[in-house]
Design a protein. Sequence first.
Length: 430
Amino acid sequence: MKPIKVVFLGLYFESWDALDEIYQKMVKDPRFEPVVVSMPRKLTGQLAYAQEDKSHDFFESRGIPHVRLNTGGSGSQNQDGLKVLKDLAPDYVFVNYPWQRNYQPAVRFDQLADFTRLAYVPYFSLVMVDEPDDEPGGGQAGSLVATHIYKQRLHQLASLIFTQDKNVLEAYGQTERGNSYVHFLGSPKIDALRKDALEGKASWPIKGSGYRVVWAPHHSYSPHWLNFGVFARIKDQMLDFAKQNPDIQIVLRPHPFLWGTLTDRKVVSEQELSTWRSAWDELDNTSVDEDGSYAELFLATDVLVTDGISFLGEYPLIAGKPTVFFENDGHWQFTATGELAANASVRVKSFAELEKAIHDSRANGVPDRSSEIQKLIEASSPYPGESAAKIIEQVFEDFAGPEGPSPLVDKTKLKELPWELVPGREPFED
């Protein structure tokens, strides 16, 4: 049998760690022929499909060979990119990012599913927030699982889906395709984070000595969606704090959507944000890190400050220490896993409390949350360290099982309206 060809889409390279171990193991496995592609995208607040060069640079920096799907002469549609993918003739295309409006139209999931099998590994490591049901008439899975986690077009068209949450597996069971193609195997991202921690990799972008703080703000700013972000509320206080404490080094690690969301949603004007960024960048004890390994950054820091969501759960798994969680009043309710992560943190609700938490941690070390962190580990990893290997075996079984390769998904049998096409959601501005 010739090797199974697997293409990995590098659109959301910031969370490549969800796919990296799968790719690296396939490289060494003669049963597979993996290929990585870099590609343009249009994130929230961006006016055009771009940033393929950032994806390219990311893979170059990690020594990962890749095919470049830039726009060429095909404009924003990227028909040229679709032709490249078809010519590669993949048996599977692995995706870590389900929000199809950020992909160029010609390489969205309906186009890919015409000639290949889609395999989905979520870019997030934990389902942290118990999101209210947003389906007209009420959702089939109640409020346990938000509908966008299992009812987007990618979820409908995928041949294989890998999840880290039993509730998600059960939610798929209530859709028209059922959940026979969904597998609860844990998160390669969590395994990768814990591996980095065990190997002690660390990287810090500011020279000199000082107490090291990472500030990692989320991009949600509205009661209508998540409502965790407090960046706009505390940015000036953080700037003043940095000026008044030159012996404390602060690295800002923004969510990739932060800048675009702030200006696109008119939370902060472009001029105000530009002025603030200039003042932040002028200080010797501050930095912004948008593209580096956050696991390596987290291992180098003394304390992490975040308003949620993913880092609240991931940092304790990486560093074995609690976050300082700046909790926004009125944020959406946590899932059981989210509550475990929040309980493993130091919770603050005002900037005065945040300052005190940083100074206390500097003087006495961060509080001990080892028992709470252990509970989080047990809840998030059904097969610790084995997720990628189990995913690979599932792909092989799907393709080379007794009945031969699984058929492509028949789109004509899909009648349910995808989540993002419900009126009022996710506008496609191509």
